[in-house]
Design a protein around this ligand. Structure first.
Ligand SMILES: CCCC/C=C\CC(=O)SCCNC(=O)CCNC(=O)[C@H](O)C(C)(C)COP(=O)(O)OP(=O)(O)OC[C@H]1O[C@@H](n2cnc3c(N)ncnc32)[C@H](O)[C@@H]1OP(=O)(O)O
Length: 290
């Protein structure tokens, strides 16, 4: 092969290699999009965004999911959507809370980042100017329950479980969660629930006011969620949002000002050998159930 011919062949080869790279890059991009940990869908007619945890089957939170969730919350705020419905793509679980595999023998820096990302999401959700509703399409445990509690209204499917079970795992409930729980249910019920680490059925949760409505199925939950958000259609956003923040000021201030202390305390509870044992026991028990 002479040198001109060789150059031509190399150019063609390079072009094909580039094409191949491009195709595989596009494939990776689209599969990454399908596998996004958070899915956001906006209804152009109503201006409501539906944000869904997309990590079936348990919708449990990893660091990456929380970081993506935080970005989605920023987007809902910055794009001025009229309200947000929070749900998940899992058939029977809204969220099983933090991924216990993240808590088992963790690398301290990642554990800190996980808790920091979780608090960031809670602050953004708890203080959002736009109205929020949780369409709880199944179980909501631990951090999953608290995220639903940070919304303004909760609609849940029948035959599901909801609760802050942290004390059962050896994790003390942070002070901020005490105030947030008291903002929803009576102080008496809150103390019993949080000290016991109670997990409630849908009917029990409705009875104590932890949820506001029961829906027949997910479609019904989404329809009821839209109805709730529509209540605020004619209320000026700024006046509504500032009023909401006044009601939530104590919790927002505690979350914001105690962030570092909260992270340190959480790391210490999680690293405690008794807590480590309880995480392992939960995972083993679930395996042995089958
Ligand atoms: C201010 C307060 C903030 C608090 C912040 C965070 C604290 C936390 O979130 S701590 C974590 C709390 N979560 C849990 O304790 C686990 C909750 N899970 C459950 O109660 C049940 O799994 C649930 C009711 C959601 C579903 O019950 P089932 O349908 O009966 O499923 P299984 O229990 O058999 O589980 C199936 C499968 O999923 C794994 N699983 C469940 N939850 C988690 C989790 N949070 N992290 C990691 N893995 C989880 C379970 O181990 C089973 O796995 P396999 O055995 O491999 O199938």
């Amino acid at each position: 092969m002479n040198s001109t011919c060789l150059q031509k062949t190399t150019r063609i080869l390079n072009k094909n290699v580039f094409k191949c790279f491009l195709n595989s890059h596009i494939r990776n991009q689209s599969s990454a999009t399908n596998q996004s940990l958070i899915l956001t869908d906006v209804n152009d007619k109503t201006g409501f965004a539906t944000v869904a945890f997309n990590r079936p089957p348990m919708s449990n939170f990893t660091l990456e999911l929380l970081q993506d969730f935080s970005k989605s919350l920023d987007e809902v705020e910055s794009k001025n959507y009229k309200g947000m419905i929070l749900t998940s793509t899992s058939p029977t679980v809204f969220s099983a809370g933090l991924d216990l595999k993240e808590l088992l023998n963790p690398e301290p820096a990642r554990l800190k980042a996980l808790r920091t990302a979780y608090i960031d999401c809670c602050i953004k959700l708890y203080s959002s100017m736009y109205p929020t509703v949780a369409a709880i399409n199944g179980h909501a445990i631990g951090g999953g329950c608290f995220i639903a509690m940070a919304c303004e209204y909760r609609i849940m499917l029948p035959n599901s479980k909801i609760g802050l079970n942290e004390t059962q795992l050896g994790i003390a409930i942070p002070e901020v969660a005490v105030h947030a729980t008291r903002n929803i249910i009576s102080s008496r019920d809150a103390e019993m629930a949080l000290t016991l680490g109670s997990v409630f059925t849908t009917d029990e949760a409705l009875k104590i006011g932890l949820i506001d409505e029961v829906a027949e199925n997910k479609e019904d939950a989404l329809a009821k969620s839209e109805k709730f958000l529509s209540l605020f259609k004619k209320i000026p956003k700024r006046a509504r949002g500032i009023t909401k923040q006044f009601f939530r000021k104590k919790v927002i201030d505690l979350m914001t000002n105690n962030r570092e202390k909260d992270v340190e305390a959480f790391v210490s509870y999680v690293m405690n050998p008794a807590s480590q044992k309880s995480f392992q026991a939960f995972l083993d028990e679930a395996k042995n159930k089958k």
